[in-house]
Design a protein around this ligand. Structure first.
Ligand SMILES: *Cc1c(COP(=O)(O)O)cnc(C)c1O
Length: 375
């Protein structure tokens, strides 16, 4: 079977660096908040031009920390997309806030700024919830439309939490590097993400000193700035392991090169699959990090079967939009409320995507798809 995401090939490249890094941590015995965590935070800050970075235990905890820092809770409306991974609406719901969905852009699969504004106006008109936060998602590695979303946030006095769990390193016409577009940026280092570690991990990013200080406190049980046994608020245990930080330091060294390699892979896919499936659209001026490569086809089922018969893995992100999930049923959405997200969910599929995917293998994937589509 062809790998869906070839972490083994990558490990072969960085093996020496990773093992030396891990060994250093083991010898140091500073397994929690060791020097590597701070070193990683500094490197991530340099890479994204974000002033403050805090490593944490996952993308989910990054979102939770951001929401806690912004005091999001019961009675608050959190505007987000119905086409994402469940953690995006799950975390505001866990805080007792109400996720409010608005439909997506058909081409980029990302939040549609016009529909976002309509959703905000509707909540204001109804007068039951306080509009508080927008969580745009950089789906499949392409940044959301921050040039339109940020002015909407300012117009209505809302904060923006950027869910860049799939988008670390993505750039957009504003010139910023994800996740530095919003008030707080969140990313995940889950192994399959563009920058992944060898377990769970994540980070939060901000330029705002107050928000940084609050998240610093929340990261370790609401510690005070000087004394971790003087707890000044409710917090979490959401630290990033030192061993994972060491792995990430090794991976970050080759990350810029890998992002370039992903561009080459994506370009080959675009050429080979042209006319066979509905291809994802990368808007001019955007650089996606291609966490996933997800086309659409009414024949996705036959395509997936044919790929499998040829030892080529595929997947489906995401078969059920958020507003129709059982866990979100209490919000009262029904089928037909988000027609574009629902149509995407009905026929989208994901092909193998990683920096080390060869042109020959992409051509093989394309020829299988061609044989299904052209009969
Ligand atoms: C992966 C992901 C998350 C959650 O990250 P974890 O590290 O798995 O907790 C959140 N949002 C999106 C869009 C993701 O893809």
């Amino acid at each position: 079977m062809l790998p869906f995401i070839d972490l083994k090939h990558q490990y072969g490249r960085i093996r020496k660096d990773v093992l030396e890094g891990i060994e250093k941590v083991l010898e140091s015995t500073h397994y929690i908040l060791g020097a590597e965590v701070q070193e990683l935070e500094t490197k991530l800050s340099e890479y994204t031009h974000s002033k403050y970075v805090l490593g944490c235990s996952s993308g989910t905890d990054a979102l939770l920390m951001a929401l806690m820092a912004l005091d999001v809770g019961p009675g608050d409306a959190v505007f987000t997309t119905p086409f994402t991974f469940f953690a995006t609406p799950e975390t505001p719901a866990l805080r007792g806030a109400t996720p409010v969905f608005s439909d997506i852009d058909e081409d980029t699969y990302n939040m549609d700024p016009e529909k976002l504004e309509q959703a905000i106006q509707k909540v204001i008109q109804e007068g039951k919830l306080t509009p508080k936060v927008i969580i745009p998602v950089d789906l499949f590695g392409q940044a959301a439309d921050y040039q339109k979303i940020l002015p909407i946030a300012r117009k209505y006095g809302l904060k923006v939490i950027q869910d860049a769990c799939q988008g670390f390193g993505a750039t957009c016409p504003c010139g910023k590097i994800a996740p530095s577009m919003g008030d707080i940026g969140c990313t995940s280092f889950f192994p399959a993400k563009p920058l992944g570690c060898y377990g769970d991990g994540g980070a939060v990013f901000t330029d705002d000193e107050e928000l940084y200080k609050k998240m610093y406190s929340i990261l370790v049980h609401g510690r005070s700035a000087n004394d971790k046994y003087d707890n000044v608020r409710l917090g979490l245990n959401a630290r990033l392991d030192t061993i994972q930080a060491a792995v990430l330091l090794a991976k970050l060294k080759i990350f810029p090169e890998e992002v370039e390699m992903r561009q080459v892979v994506a370009k080959t896919y675009f050429e080979e699959l042209d006319g066979l499936v509905k291809l994802p659209v990368i808007r001019p001026g955007y650089r996606s990090v291609f966490a996933q490569f997800c086309p659409r086809s009414p024949k996705f089922h036959e395509i997936q079967d044919a790929l499998k018969a040829n030892d080529i893995p595929s997947a489906r992100y995401y078969p059920i939009p958020m507003h129709l999930l059982g866990a979100m049923k209490y919000l009262g959405y029904k089928k037909g409320d988000m027609p574009i997200a629902e149509a995407c969910a009905a026929d989208i599929f994901a092909l193998p995507m990683h920096p080390y995917l060869s042109k020959e293998n992409i051509q093989k994937i394309a020829s299988v798809i061609r044989s299904v589509v052209r009969g």
